[in-house]
Design a protein around this ligand. Structure first.
Ligand code: GLP
Length: 245
């Protein structure tokens, strides 16, 4: 894994935006894998800035989001559909029919997972997958113990993830207990991976992801096996790896 360090969150976001923008400039029809959570918000702001400056055109780009809460309709303000609309889609020019997010409100979740995998295949896979990192080392919603060979699937969220994500909801009881998520197999099939991490609460997971054993107990550790994975990490999140180095 290539490690790029950044001073702080803002610099991490800018560096990430240059990598994403360069992919789109080099291949205007590229397929991007997108993440949610607090971490990529700065990256999305920077991409909007580059778009407004006329430096990047997203009209040929296709996107696939990593995950969505089960049971939330796309219109629900807490859904990842709403998040993407607010932080990226409404500000740039990716055509609506090119944007894909699992449908958390699907009646048949298994069929929705299969449909999503097929759509990714039809798009010839993901060129660049952006990832954040859960405090327990999860990527997408692949919680510790996930099977590495899984494609898009229905996931039960751990208590620690429910608690970490409760900040986006009125109260903890409103946090859905499960989600649809690309699996590790889907993520590892992306041609390039860009993992972002900021803040001291990610330092331990980053240590495991970069220096620990490759194990389903810390799903992000599998990225050590990816041939083209880059981590951009700020000073606080890299504290543990720098101390050991
Ligand atoms: C959620 C998302 C992940 C994200 C993680 C970390 O669980 N499903 O894709 O990486 O949260 O979120 P944050 O960036 O807010 O720390």
């Amino acid at each position: 894994m290539r490690i790029v360090t950044a001073k702080d969150y803002d610099q991490m976001s800018r560096k990430a935006s240059y990598i994403v923008a360069s992919r789109v400039i080099l291949n205007p029809k590229c397929v991007l894998g997108l993440a949610t959570g607090d971490t990529p918000k700065g990256l999305y702001n920077e991409l909007v800035r580059l778009f407004r400056a006329g430096d990047v055109d997203f009209s040929g780009v296709t996107t696939f989001n990593l995950d969505e809460y089960a049971g939330l309709s796309p219109e629900n303000p807490q859904s990842y559909h709403s998040y993407m609309e607010e932080h990226l889609f409404r500000h740039i020019n990716i055509p609506p029919e090119h944007r894909h997010i699992p449908n958390g409100a699907a009646q048949n979740i298994g069929a929705e997972c299969r449909r999503y995998e097929e759509l990714i295949e039809q798009a010839h896979g993901i060129d660049l997958q952006i990832l954040g990192l859960g405090r327990d080392g999860h990527i997408g919603f692949n919680e510790p113990d996930v099977k590495f060979e899984k494609g898009t699937h229905h996931v039960r969220l751990t208590q620690s993830t429910i608690e970490a994500n409760a900040r986006f909801f009125e109260n903890r009881d409103e946090v859905p207990k499960s989600a649809i998520s690309m699996g590790i197999k889907t993520i590892m099939s992306a041609r390039r991976i860009l993992l972002l991490a900021s803040g001291s609460e990610k330092a331990e997971a980053i240590r495991g992801a970069v220096m620990g054993a490759v194990t389903p107990d810390l799903p992000a550790s599998v990225l050590q096996l990816h041939p083209n994975a880059t981590l951009i990490v700020d000073e606080a999140a890299s504290a543990e790896i720098m101390r050991i180095k």
